[in-house]
Ligand binder design. Structure first.
Ligand SMILES: *Cc1c(COP(=O)(O)O)cnc(C)c1O
Length: 387
């Protein structure tokens, strides 16, 4: 492992480094679920769209899913074309729908109105059509912005709206091949089990007439200690009871703990406590740290006060709250030191921005053979072009 960090020393910073061997380990675990159950697993590109790895991901998974036109196109261009390409959007646009039809085989709508608007065209092109349902069953506390079952949610059709809608337009039901739900976030299979019971309770009458069901994402399958048996039981139950094809579309689980954000200490100072300014920014390069919020793991560090030297690590922007967290170290930090934030493959490079004119981190691949390959570098033009 230390040899691998030596390789990373040559990289410019800030830089996301994705660990191919770790991605492959995750894929092996997901492949195991597919092999044992016959479920189909798709990459949710919104969590991880580093398409240099799509060929590898495509060797293991059934395909990809997209949040809209651009991800759908990326999946089509960069994944093996024999694989599945799904798309869900809360509302498709008229002017993009024809193009989406050329990329995707499965199209999931968020409402019966969307089915009415686009469903016939999708069916005429031979697409499999899905409807996202909202089982109104919250299983997570704390992360309200990640709860599609919260009151007032715009995501998925509730039972009440579906019953009313189909009473008014029963013909729309004939367009629908599958049901889709996505309600979990970094959760174990017990939450899935609870959710499935709610799905059956509210939508069970429709299931025998469907071809497939999609369990969405948020399954932390590749996390240590995940209850694999319970997951596989949930999958088999839907297969055996209703004869359904089961899809899962994890994002996080594909690239969990499979990337670093390498950064350099630019400056240290003291104001009530020791502070270090890094060349990476929470606001720009790891927005989930502030949005979720969470404290990213950092190699060779401890909690504040755990090791002798504690620092508050912050970014080089003007935002006072651009703080990654308080960490402790065995020795004092100094200018030029390199730090390695961990679990930085997911929801990082897909969410970054150039606030304050911050440079975007480079993207590198730590290959299985230990070599490190710089995949992308960004510059001033990337900042300017978007404005
Ligand atoms: C976010 C999302 C996913 C992936 O979720 P993860 O938490 O990254 O596993 C899958 N499907 C849909 C519809 C999503 O919105």
């Amino acid at each position: 492992m230390s040899q691998r960090f030596d390789e990373m020393k040559q990289l410019p910073t800030p830089c996301y480094v994705v660990d191919e061997a770790k991605i492959e380990q995750n894929l092996e675990i997901l492949r195991g679920v597919m092999d044992r159950t016959g479920a189909r697993i798709l990459l949710a590109q919104k969590a991880f769209s580093m398409y240099a790895l799509y060929p590898l991901i495509g060797e293991y998974l059934s395909g990809a899913t997209a949040s809209g036109l651009y991800e759908a196109r990326l999946g089509m261009e960069e994944m093996d074309s024999s694989l599945e390409n799904h798309v869900f959007s809360p509302a498709f646009r008229e002017e993009e729908f024809e193009e989406i039809l050329t990329y995707c085989d499965h199209i999931v709508f968020n409402s019966l109105k969307q089915v009415e608007k686009f469903g016939r065209r999708a069916k005429e092109c031979g697409k499999s059509v899905g409807l996202r349902i909202n089982p109104q069953c919250s299983t997570q506390e704390g992360h309200a912005i990640y709860d599609p079952c919260a009151p007032g949610s715009r995501l998925g059709v509730t039972k009440e709206n579906l019953v009313q809608g189909l009473a008014a337009q029963p013909e729309l039901f004939s367009y629908i091949d599958g049901l889709h739900f996505h309600t979990l976030c970094e959760q174990d299979a017990d939450a899935l089990e609870v959710t499935l019971a709610a799905v059956e309770e509210a939508f069970g009458e429709y299931l025998p007439r469907m071809k497939w069901i999609n369990f969405g994402g948020g399954h932390h399958i590749t996390r240590e200690g995940y209850d694999m048996e319970r997951l596989e039981h949930c999958i088999r139950r839907m297969q055996e009871k209703y004869g359904l094809i089961v899809y899962l579309e994890p994002g996080e689980a594909v690239a969990l703990n499979a990337g670093y954000l390498v950064t350099t200490v630019l400056e240290t100072l003291h104001n009530d406590m020791e502070i270090a300014i890094l060349d990476t920014s929470a606001a720009c390069h790891m927005p989930d740290v502030l949005e979720m919020p969470y404290r990213p793991p950092l190699k060779d560090s401890g909690e504040a006060g755990e090791k002798p030297y504690t620092y508050r690590l912050g970014g080089p922007t003007c935002l006072a709250g651009d703080i990654i967290g308080d960490y402790s170290f065995d020795s004092p930090l100094k200018e030029g030191d390199r730090l390695y934030f961990q679990d930085m493959a997911i929801y990082s490079m897909v969410k970054n921005n150039t606030f304050n004119g911050m440079p975007l981190p480079s993207i590198a691949l730590l290959k299985k053979d230990g070599r490190c390959e710089l995949v992308k570098q960004f510059g001033y033009e990337d900042f300017k072009r978007r404005l």
